[in-house]
Design a protein around this ligand. Structure first.
Ligand SMILES: Nc1ncnc2c1ncn2[C@@H]1O[C@H](COP(=O)(O)OP(=O)(O)OP(=O)(O)O)[C@@H](O)[C@H]1O
Length: 336
């Protein structure tokens, strides 16, 4: 498990002071894959550097299981760092070393015997699907294969936490999905995984839980199913959003159903109850974290009470609200 409590990081420059992290609090239990998503400048890289022990936070605590990284001495920090495996956007491999020796490198630094570290490296390469490539040099590998080597290397020290910093940003869509499948395959009950990304696809495909980072603060956080279920939430709109452009004049209502409710004729029932036909003008159906979510936009005919439509939709277990309440700056941002 990794816990971050009230983490603050300030940079002082000649021209201005920047609070890159402004009180970040977060817990990721072992066995879970947690995504942290944010736009450029939100503080993602700063968070990675602090979590990885590459940068000291201004204040706050980072604890991995029982070890506090923030109060550790320089010597203890070196061993504490080994509790976190880091996977970067580019694998940064040693070109003069074979794949096997790249993966064995962290254990070489840690003073592990040659035969032992090589056996462990071979085992990890098998795990990431490169069991046949141990003696190959990095220049002979594709981007996706290099990333697999980077993941095997990060696992070499048997970390408690695996931290992925934009692991698929440099890959094509097919290779991205292969690497995301591999990350899911690495799931273990004693390993917490954090994936920092700006790609919603990554969150949708592999994360159990997610946090939204904005201007150095976590503004929304929770299990994927919980955040998506909150129709007015920023993450729900970004994960399951309907474009603001998909609207027509008149009164519109957005409705979100989940699980078995998504398959029930909620709209037909509501239409019958209010005695008016509700047209579906846009929709998005997604299967996320094992649950089906349906987000639909309905046109309410003139003379029909939209508040009554919303009440009846909610009485059937759906979340509903006027579309105009969603189309603030955040929805525009999600639609962009
Ligand atoms: N070394 C530094 N000195 C001064 N300001 C910095 C430093 N590093 C980051 N910042 C500032 O802190 C804020 C957060 O930056 P950070 O790089 O962590 O964001 P990010 O979400 O990773 O963005 P990107 O996706 O563009 O890399 C920004 O305003 C940035 O200008």
């Amino acid at each position: 498990m990794i816990s971050v409590t009230n983490l603050v990081k300030e940079y002082r420059t000649a021209s201005r002071d920047v609070r890159a992290l402004d009180g970040v609090t977060l817990t990721v239990p072992a066995g879970e894959i947690h995504g942290i998503i944010g736009h450029s400048g939100a503080g993602k890289s700063t968070l990675v550097r602090c979590l990885a022990g590459l940068d000291r936070p201004t204040s706050g605590d980072i604890t991995i299981n029982d070890a506090n990284l923030t109060t550790a001495t320089a010597k203890d920090l070196r061993s504490a760092r080994r509790r976190i495996g880091l996977v970067f956007q580019h694998a940064n491999l040693f070109d003069a070393r074979t794949v096997l020796d790249n993966v064995a490198y962290p254990q070489e630094i840690a003073g592990v015997k040659k035969s032992e570290r090589r056996a462990r490296a071979a085992e990890l390469l098998e795990l990431v699907g490169l069991g046949d490539a141990t003696q190959v040099y990095p220049s002979q590998l594709s981007g996706g294969m290099r990333q697999r080597v980077g993941i095997a290397r990060a696992l070499a020290v048997n970390p408690d936490v695996l931290l992925f910093d934009e692991p698929t940003s440099a890959l094509d869509p097919r290779t991205t999905d292969e690497i995301l499948d591999l990350i899911t395959h690495l799931r273990r009950p004693d390993l917490a995984m954090i994936v920092i990304t700006h790609e919603m696809h990554v969150i949708k495909r592999i994360c159990d839980s997610v946090s939204l980072l904005e201007r150095g603060q976590i503004v929304e956080s929770g299990s994927l199913t919980d955040v998506v279920s909150t129709l007015s939430g920023k993450l729900s709109q970004q994960l399951l959003g309907i474009s603001a452009h998909e609207s027509v004049p008149g009164t519109l209502v957005d409705v979100l159903s989940r699980g078995s409710d998504a398959a029930r004729p909620v709209i037909a029932h509501t239409s019958a109850a209010v005695g008016a036909e509700l047209a579906i003008i846009a929709g998005s159906v997604e299967h996320l974290a094992g649950t089906t979510f349906s987000h639909l936009r309905l046109a309410v005919p003139e003379g029909t009470d939209a508040a009554e439509v919303i009440r009846i939709l909610k009485s059937q277990g759906a979340d509903a609200c006027l579309t105009s309440e969603l189309q603030g700056a955040d929805a525009q941002e999600a639609a962009a």
